[in-house]
Design a protein around this ligand. Sequence first.
Ligand code: PHE
Ligand code: ZN
Length: 877
Amino acid sequence: MKESQPSAIYLKDYTAPPFLIDKTELSFDLDESTTVVTSRLHMRRNPVFGASTVPLVLDGGPDVKLIGVAMDDYELPQEEYRVVDDQLIITATADSFVLTCETLIEPQNNTRLEGLYRSSSMFCTQCEAEGFRHITYYLDRPDVMSVFTTTIIADETRYPVMLSNGNEVERGKTDEGKTVVVWHDPFPKPAYLFALVAGDLAVKNDVFITQSQREVTLQIFTESHNIDKVDYAMEALKRSMRWDEETYGREYDLDIFMIVAVDDFNMGAMENKGLNIFNSSCLLASPETTTDDAYLRVEAIVAHEYFHNWSGNRVTCRDWFQLSLKEGFTVFRDQTFSADMHSATVKRVEDVSFLRTAQFAEDAGPMAHPVRPASFIEISNFYTLTVYEKGAEIVRMIHTLLGEEKFRAGSDLYFDRHDGQAVTCDDFVAAMQDASGVDLSQFKRWYSQAGTPKLSVTDAFDQALGKYCVTIKQDTPATPGQPTKLPLHIPVRIGLLDANGQSLSSSLDGATSEEHVLHLTDAEQSFEFTGLATRPVPSLLRGFSAPVKLDYNYSSQDLLLLMSSDSDGFNRWSAAQQLAVNELSQLITQAIKGETLAIESQLVHGFKALLADASLDPAMVALVLTLPNQAYLSEISTPIYPAEIKQARVYLKTLLAEALSADFERIYQQHRVTEEYQAVAEDIAHRSLKNVALSYWAEASSERAQQAVFEQFSTADNMTDQFAALSIAVHSQHNQAADMLAAFYEQWKTEPLVVNKWLMLSASQDNANALSIVKGLMAHPAFDLKNPNKVRSVLGGFGQNVAGFHKEDGSGYQFLADQIIVLNKRNPQIASRLCTPLTRWKKLKPELSAKMKSELERILAEDLSKDVYEVITKSLA
Ligand code: PHE
Ligand code: ZN
C-alpha cells in the first residue's frame, strides 16, 4: 500500500476556474525517442473571481518533464515556480499574460494509452478525461475552453499524414528538412477534445452536402492494409449526418471531418473535434471478418461519436460530475438513430437486455453511483453503464413525459441557449422544462439517486362497476452513501388485454385509450381504469418506459397470452423472458438442493406456437427464443450459485431442444440467406433466427445437427455464420470443436480483429482445464499485453467461463487478481475495468465469496493506481 491514500473530490466543492485560456498554441516536435512539446497559453484571470491573488496552478503528469517556463517571454527563474504533486504552481502573475512551457515526453514508453502514445507505427492521442495533462501543463478541466492552433513537426517519410483538430492552414519545412503542418480549430474547446495523429496512413475520401448546401470533406484513415474495410463506416457516417439534421436540426460545422482507426485504444472511440479516433474494432468491417452484431456496433459508434459534435463538443460539460450530460444524451441519440435505421423493437430489446443485465448489477453493487455522481477518486472509473445507459434512460423518460414535439423544442432550446458553453445536467433539464412547460422538478431526482427502483404492482377488478384498479408501490434500495431514498417521478406505460389477447380501450382520469402513461410520483399510488367488461391482463411498463424492476404476480397463462398477443413487441419479449426466468428459478432451486432437475415447461408451448407463426419478424423470434443469460440470472439471484445457474440453463435449453427438435431443424433450413452477404436488417434477422435455431438443434441428440454445424462452419461466406457455427460447436461440446477452433485460427491468423474473437471464444470454453487453456492463450504469439482488445478478449472470455473462473478452489479468482496486479502498473484504466467481476463478491455463495474477497485484499496490499485503488477499496467497504 502507498503511504498516502488517494482522496475523493466532490461535486459540492466545485468552483469556477480562477484563470481562463483564450488561445492555446501548441507545437509538437515528434521523434522516436523524445517528443518536445511547446505551449503558448494566452491566459487571463477569470473576471468572476474579481481582483484576486490566487496562484496559477496547472495540471501535469508524472511523465511530463518540464524544461522551461516563460511569462510574456520572460524566462522564469527556478524560484518563481515550483512543481508539486505533478502540478506547476506560479505564485505571481499579471491579469493577462502569455505563458510558455517547454516539456519533454516519451510517447513510445506510454503504456497507459492516455496523452500522446504510439500504436503500431503511428503517434496518436487520447485526452478524455484527464489525458491532456500527460502531454503538457494545462488547466485540464472541461470548463476551460480555448481556441487551439497546433503545429506538428515530423519526418515526412515516416509520418506523411499529420493531423489535428480543425483545418490545415499551413505546410512547410524546417531547416533540418522536417515537415511542418499547422492546424487551426476555430471552435473553443476543452483540452479533453484535443487530438493529434501522425503516421503512414491510407485514406478514404468522401463528401457530404449539408442541409444548407455546404460541402464537407469526409476522410477515414487507417493503416494501409485496413483501408478496404472502411466503406461501411463511411456510409454510416453519412447516414448519421443526415439523421442529425432531420431529427435534431443539427448541421456539421467545420469543412472537414476525419476519423482515424488505431489498434491500441482503451475504449471504443473518441469524439475529438473534427478528428474522431476509433478503436479499430469499432470502425473496420468486411463481410468475411465481421459479424452482423459488429456491423451494427460500428454504425452505432460512428453515429455516437458524430452526434457528440453537438451533444458534447458545441455544448460541453462544466465538470466531470456532469459526464452524463453528454454521454446519456448521446447514447439516447445513437439508440434512436439505430432504431430508425433498423427495427425499433429489436433495438429496444437489445438495449434493455444489456441494461438489465449489466447496469442493474452495477447499481446493486459496491460501485453503485448516481447518474450524476457526487464524488469520485478517479474519473476514469465513472465511464460506467450507469452514466451512459441509465443516463440514456433518463433522457428517454423525458422524451416520454414531453412527447416528440416538445422534446425537440427542448433540445433546440438547450443547444441554442448553451452553444459554446460548459454546462450541467440541471441546465439540460431546465431547457427541457422551459420549452415544454412540463414540471420536471421531482423528475430530477433520477440524476442524484442511485439504485434501481423496484415497482410492486397489485390489482383488483370490480365486476359490477367495470372498474380495474392498479396499485403501484415504488421502493429504491439503499446504495453506498445513500441509506434512504425518495420517491421518483416514474412514467409507466400500460395497456390492457382481454382473455383472447385483444387490446382493450379504457378510461383513466377522463382519457379513453388503449394505452396510458401513468405518472407514478408517490411511494404508493393507485390508478383506476373504467369501462371494462371483464378482468383485464395488464401489459405493464411497455417499451420499458422506466429503468426499474417490475414485480407483478403474473400466472404462466398470463405470460403466454402477453407473449403471443400483446401489441407491444417489447412486452411480448419481456413476457417470454419472465416465463423463462420463472422456470429457470425453479430449476436453480432444485440444483442448489442437489435434486434431480425436472420441470413441466410452459415455454415449450409458447415456443411451439412462435415457431409455427410465419408472420412474425424473425429477428424478434430469435430474441424471444434466447434464454436469459448467465449474467442476468446472476443479477436477479441472491446469493449467486454460478454452477447451478449454468446447470439449470443447460437443462432447460436441452429440454426445449429435444421437445422441438423438428421445429428447430425446419426453421434452420427455412431461414438460410442465399444471396450475397449484406449487413441489412432483413438478412440480419434471418441469420439470427437461423443461428438461434441451430444452437437449439445442436443441443438435441441429432447426428444431422452436428453435421449442419460443421458444414456451416466450413462453407460460410461470412463471419456471422462461420463464427456462430464455431461458437455453437464449442458450447455444445461438438466432437470436432477443437479441430474447428484450430482451423479457424489458421484461417484468420493475419486478421487481428478475428483473432480477438478466437481468443475470446477459446477463453470461454467450458472445460475442466479452463485455467491452463487461458494461460496458454496469454503465452500464445497472438496475445499482446499492450493491446487492450486482446486483454479484454482473453480475460473477458475467461470471466464468462463458469467452470474456469468460478472454480471451487478459487484458482480462477487468483489468476484474475494476478493479471490486475500486473496491469495496474502498465495500464491503470484497463486494470480497473478488469476488477468488475470481483466487485460482486458479496453476492456469491459463501464458499466462493470468501475466496474472492481474499483476492481483493491481496490486490489492496499492492502499490495501487488511483483507478484500481478506488474500485478495490469501495468493494471491500
Ligand atoms: N467519450 C468517449 C465516448 O463515449 C468515450 C471515451 C472516454 C473514450 C474516455 C476514451 C476515453 O464517446
Ligand atoms: Zn460518448
